[in-house]
Design a protein around this ligand. Structure first.
Ligand SMILES: N[C@@H](CCC(=O)N[C@@H](CS)C(=O)NCC(=O)O)C(=O)O
Length: 326
């Protein structure tokens, strides 16, 4: 893996030397918004109206951030309107590639480019920074609308409603403060917490990350024992954001990222809740365990230098979730 500096690719792993072994996620570069009429959104510039066939999503099927966008694309009836290209799960010295020798790795369906970095360079030949998924691409203006998953799902939640007639709202105004508070805690301690734990290169950094991760899982377990969903009786964006991390927990984070105080399936409420979301119409199709297990174990040479892909626990995702009575 690496990054672009002034349009030139440099192969380098995360620098944790300057941070005492702590993994710091870098800030996202493209922050424009698709809106119903093309007016600017909360950040970036305008000019991206909701239109069918105009936008394309570049994802990695292993990546929890990209996974959110695929889930919202499915939930909001956008599959006919927004195409998808999926990178190869191996992320090595060239970064994300469009190689197709893995089932479900589609190649670049728009331009046939070899590497994801070439897409970033197409948007800006002097681009600098990390080359990440997801990318929401605008075919018309030949540029990146956004590479921030949290904002892409907000756009998908409402911008295309006029086109699809799907008014299902995962971010209702009256619940927004609750959703934001939940997101903040879950992002820092769980979504990003598993990465901070797994990528730590000092004992201190590991200890600092793993403790709040399990404190938060314990708290969520308790919370979900009395609430059907994270923000009450109605499923919201906050649930989907937690889901993409928890669905990866037992197959990857528990062992590969040393998040091993407990398995997800030892938490009765969290485990039932995760299965309910997995069984939600349209969602199981977005979950690709083959990409998930392959990507992490094969790509992180500093954690798993021999690239052995583990056997993995057998998990029954279709077992009844038992959450109907809550
Ligand atoms: N803020 C971004 C983070 C995305 C992200 O970190 N994606 C990872 C994949 S899981 C990536 O592409 N990493 C490549 C790199 O950092 O070079 C978002 O949520 O959209």
């Amino acid at each position: 893996m690496g990054q672009l500096v002034d349009g030139v690719w440099h192969d380098s792993w995360y620098d944790t030397e300057s941070t005492g072994g702590r993994f710091r996620r870098s800030v996202t570069a493209y922050r424009n918004w698709i809106t119903p009429d093309g007016r600017p959104g909360p950040s970036g510039k305008g000019g991206f109206p909701a239109e069918s066939g105009r936008y394309h999503l570049y994802v990695c099927l292993a990546c929890p951030w990209a996974h959110r966008t695929l889930i919202f694309r499915a939930l909001k009836g956008l599959t006919e309107h927004i195409g998808v290209s999926a990178v190869h799960p191996n992320m090595l010295s060239e970064g994300w590639t469009f190689a197709t020798d893995f089932p479900g790795a589609t190649g670049d369906r728009l331009y046939g480019l070899p590497f994801l970095r070439d897409l970033y360079l197409r948007a800006d030949p002097r681009a600098s920074g990390r080359v990440t998924v997801p990318v929401l691409w605008d075919r018309l203006s030949d540029t990146i609308v956004s590479n921030e998953s949290a904002e892409i799902i907000r756009m998908f939640n409402s911008a295309f409603d006029g086109l699809t007639g799907n008014g299902q709202d995962y971010c209702p105004a009256e619940l927004l403060p609750q959703i934001e508070a939940m997101n903040e805690r879950v992002y820092s301690n769980v979504n990003n917490g598993v990465y901070k734990t797994g990528f730590a290169t000092s004992q201190e950094a590991y200890d600092e990350a793993v403790a709040p991760l399990f404190e938060t899982l314990d708290w969520l377990e308790d919370h979900l024992s009395g609430n059907r969903y994270l923000c009450g009786p109605r499923i919201t964006e906050a649930d989907w954001r937690l889901f993409t991390t928890l669905v990866r927990f037992d197959p990857v984070y528990h062992t590969h990222f040393k998040c091993n105080r407990a398995w997800l399936r030892e938490y009765p409420s969290l485990w039932g809740w995760t299965r309910e979301l997995y069984q939600w119409p349209g969602v199981a199709e977005t979950v690709r365990f083959d990409h998930i297990v392959r990507h992490y174990h094969y790509s992180h040479a500093t954690i798993n230098p021999h690239r052995i892909i583990p056997i993995n626990p057998v998990i029954d995702w279709h077992a009844p979730h038992g959450r109907d009575g809550l």
